[in-house]
Write a protein that binds this ligand. Sequence first.
Ligand code: SF4
Length: 59
Amino acid sequence: MASKEQLKLVGLTCNHYSSSGMTASIINYGRSCENCEKWDGKKCTINVFDKTLAGLDQG
Ligand code: SF4
């Protein structure tokens, strides 16, 4: 399971991020996989999480 920090980092940089409509929470807490509509609570439903995280590691 990814850490909250990882969810945030990936959410901030992911090209596939899509807000699930919780605009207020995004304004308050920022983008994160947790508020992406493709996140099912445990994983990314389009399977780009690992790829995005791997790309971050190279930075
Ligand atoms: S849940 Fe998936 S599509 Fe959404 S920000 Fe995270 S990695 Fe990207």
